[in-house]
Design a protein around this ligand. Structure first.
Ligand SMILES: [Zn+2]
Length: 292
């Protein structure tokens, strides 16, 4: 028991750091993270032919689908992010909202996938109403898990290094790598128009412990309905910007990615690769599509 308590004391701050989506630095958030720590998917049964894919009883078929999609999703992340996974990623496929919410670190059914403690949790919605989104969301979450795995390998402070990466970069990269995973409901054109109207995300050089996942707006979009709209618009804008960074200078992108995975600060990685900073590059990105 004492060992478990000690683990909580160590795990909670770490959890606050490594959560993949949807939390804030607050008491309920901490409670959800503790729940996520107790309910990591590792304890669930795993597929006989792939012991990384775990499932809540009743979700075995869902898990089989995930296992089938995994090789292509892993290959895609490795190709864009420039190297193999530092370690194999454990996944959990859930059958019930209760079990998914207990494990996902946010206690909500909002996001359909989360990456927590380097593990990926997948919502039962991805095996029912939102089955179409499964390949994209799986790849999106693997993008987060890939970075977390490499940073965890650098040092025990790897989780802090992960938090220090700006959210727009982590989410934009995951959206780009997964070809729109997580941003499906807002089109690229819609996001470009929003940016042209000035409804643009805040571009910063670093993340913060007080905002683990949200991409904030420099100027909020006029449209606030439905409730998911601003979040998905932010993801799409971030995805467009990271795609621009990738396509406008592939060599610089690869160099930045390497430095990020080696644990250097984002600002340094940008400066060495692009000889510029994120804000300046965002301005260039805006003119790139304003002209077309
Ligand atoms: Zn994400």
């Amino acid at each position: 028991m004492l060992r478990r308590i000690v683990w909580i004391i160590i795990a909670v701050p770490l959890a606050l750091i490594v959560i993949g989506t949807g939390a804030a630095f607050s008491l309920p958030a901490t409670r959800h993270l503790i729940s996520g720590w107790w309910n990591v998917p590792d304890g669930l049964p795993a597929l006989s032919d792939n012991n990384l894919v775990h499932y809540e009883p009743g979700a075995e078929e869902f898990a089989r689908d995930v296992a089938k999609l995994l090789p292509a999703a892993v290959a895609r992340v490795e190709a864009v992010q420039g190297r193999r996974f530092a370690q194999p990623v454990t996944l959990g496929a859930y059958a019930t909202p209760e079990a998914y919410m207990a494990a996902n670190g946010i206690g909500s059914m909002g996001p359909v996938g989360t990456t927590l403690f380097g593990r990926i949790n997948l919502s039962p919605k991805l095996f029912s109403l939102q089955r179409r989104r499964l390949p994209g969301i799986l790849t999106h979450e693997l993008s987060h898990a890939h970075i977390q795995g490499w940073l965890a390998r650098q040092a025990w402070t790897g989780s802090l290094t992960y938090v220090a990466l700006p959210n727009w970069f982590k989410e934009g990269l995951a959206v780009m790598v997964s070809d729109g995973g997580g941003a499906e409901l807002v089109s690229e054109e819609e996001a470009r128009q929003a940016i042209s109207r000035g409804e643009q995300i805040e571009i910063n050089d670093a993340g913060s412990l007080f905002n683990l996942t949200e991409i904030r707006f420099a100027r909020a979009p006029a449209q606030q309905d439905p409730a998911w709209y601003p979040t998905v618009l932010a993801y799409r804008e971030a995805g467009l910007f990271v795609s621009y960074l990738h396509e406008s200078d592939r060599a610089a992108f690869d160099r930045m990615m390497k430095d990020v995975l080696d644990g250097r600060t984002f600002a340094e990685a940008m400066r060495d690769a692009y000889h510029s900073d994120a804000k300046e590059l965002w301005e260039k990105f805006k003119t790139s599509f304003a002209r077309t």
